[in-house]
Design a protein around this ligand. Structure first.
Ligand SMILES: [Zn+2]
Length: 113
């Protein structure tokens, strides 16, 4: 009797794990994280909008490598704006703080066997 119950529990555990794996794979199909994000210096609001999106699979949306691009002035020098530079620096600090928080939460999630 005990052996049968133990065997049933093992089969039930295996089935639960299989269902959890399927749910996880289905969730990953909805991932909208990026490997690379282009941040246009002239349009900080676009980057800010990217930062506020959530990933349906991971919660926090990873933006991957963030490349800030600049436009050129007619004299071929890069167009820089100290106000926009500060805005991007603030947004990057905010993003990095959120990324650190997301990484800490993942590190503290209980591991399943
Ligand atoms: Zn994702």
């Amino acid at each position: 009797m005990f052996g049968t119950l133990s065997s049933l529990n093992r089969r039930l555990d295996k089935l639960e794990q299989e269902l959890a794996d399927r749910a996880w794979r289905a969730k990953l199909g909805t991932c909208n994280c990026s490997y690379v994000t282009i941040a246009d210096s002239a349009r900080p609001e676009e980057f800010e909008a990217e930062m506020t999106l959530r990933c349906p699979a991971h919660g926090f949306r990873h933006l991957g490598i963030i490349k800030r691009v600049f436009s050129y002035k007619p004299d071929h020098n890069v167009r820089r704006d100290s106000q926009l530079d500060r805005k991007f620096a603030e947004m990057m600090a905010t993003y990095n703080a959120r990324l650190d928080q997301a990484n800490r939460e993942v590190a503290h999630e209980p591991r399943e066997n």
